[in-house]
Write a protein that binds this ligand. Structure first.
Ligand code: OAD
Length: 307
């Protein structure tokens, strides 16, 4: 494969010349913070701002969440007590229903890649569904950690319409962040209409559950990648983070993240880098805007501004 100059300009040049034809993308919560959705691990993110003392839980459960906030999205915790997940996720679930958040330039960049027949697939760890707002082909998006769009019983699989579920979240689940004056003071169960257990939730993957089978099927294509863009993810959660190791050895990896990540997975920064490029300490939207300029795709941005 032709060598690519290891900077944003070099990547843009190779995309224009056809030296890079197959682009794959792995996104994480940092791709949506520009839309106003907090990520997980940054200061002010979901884990950092978690307040176990406000959650409907036993002392032991609170201790567990204090020890590691990830327990909020653990499968065994959810089977034991649904409120940590439902109460913490309440604003996110209801905000999604109200389409409170809009796709960012980072999401649009994926769509632009598709328009240019360069995009092979987006693996997104995000459950917010913002990718779809750009009209990107659904077949090109893998929801690695599931999505909020569908709701089902974690026990028996029975589905519940999203709007029915949201109505129950609004009236049954207390707002621990106290942003909604109409929220109930106490949380009560949302039971499955089939098995009657209180295990109804959006189809997002809990820690301790397996990933959707599509993930394992669709990562097989990664061996064709010329360029992997890794955007807004700390790369600490497996097996999603293994995507960076599934591309060929000569595949260029562009890290779009305001901090360096993935060194333990073999991503190289600075002089030693042989195929990895870091966009630098800038936001995802800034980095993709920079690429858009280098690619001469400003017209595409003008078009979406009219939407
Ligand atoms: P994290 O919160 O772990 O990481 C987000 C990364 O994006 C961090 O490295 C931030 O520095 C960076 N970041 C944040 N905002 C940014 C911006 N505007 N521009 C550039 N970089 C930015 O989120 P994920 O990696 O997505 O899983 O987390 C992975 C998984 O852990 C999630 O899917 C979720 C979570 O627990 C489950 O719940 C199963």
């Amino acid at each position: 494969k032709p060598r690519v100059s290891l900077d944003l300009a070099g990547i843009a040049e190779s995309l224009k010349s056809g030296a890079i034809k197959s682009v794959y993308v792995l996104t994480g919560a940092g791709a949506s913070t520009g839309a106003g959705i907090p990520d997980f691990r940054s200061p002010g993110g979901m884990y950092d701002s978690l307040r176990p003392e406000l959650i409907t839980a036993t002392k032991a459960e609170r201790k567990r969440m204090r020890r590691d906030p990830i327990n909020v999205v653990m499968k065994d915790m959810f089977f034991q007590n649904q409120f940590p997940y439902l109460e913490v996720r309440r604003p996110f679930i209801l905000g999604t229903q109200q389409q409170q958040w809009k796709a960012t330039l980072s999401h649009w960049f994926m769509r632009f890649l598709e328009e240019e027949a360069l995009l092979k697939r987006v693996f997104t760890q995000n459950i917010d569904g913002l990718d779809y707002q750009t009209g990107i082909s659904k077949e090109l998006v893998t929801n690695v950690h599931g999505s909020l769009a569908r709701v089902s019983c974690e026990g028996c699989g029975e589905e519940m319409p999203f709007d029915d579920f949201c109505a129950k979240v609004r009236t049954n689940v207390k707002d621990i962040y106290k942003t909604d004056p109409s929220a109930p003071a106490e949380s009560s169960n949302i039971n499955c209409p089939r098995c009657n257990r209180p295990l109804v939730k959006p189809n997002t993957v809990l820690f301790g559950s397996s990933l959707p089978t599509e993930f394992f099927e669709q990562t097989a294509d990664l061996e064709q990648a010329d360029l992997l863009i890794v955007a807004g993810t700390s790369l600490v959660v497996s097996p999603a983070n293994a995507v960076v190791q599934m591309v060929p050895r000569d595949c260029v990896r562009l890290i779009v993240n305001k901090e360096t990540v993935g060194q333990d997975l073999g991503i190289q920064y600075g002089k030693g880098a042989t195929r990895d490029v870091w966009a630098g300490e800038i936001s995802c939207d800034e980095a993709f805007l920079e690429l858009i300029k280098l690619l001469g795709w400003q017209d595409k941005v003008r078009k979406i501004r009219h939407l």
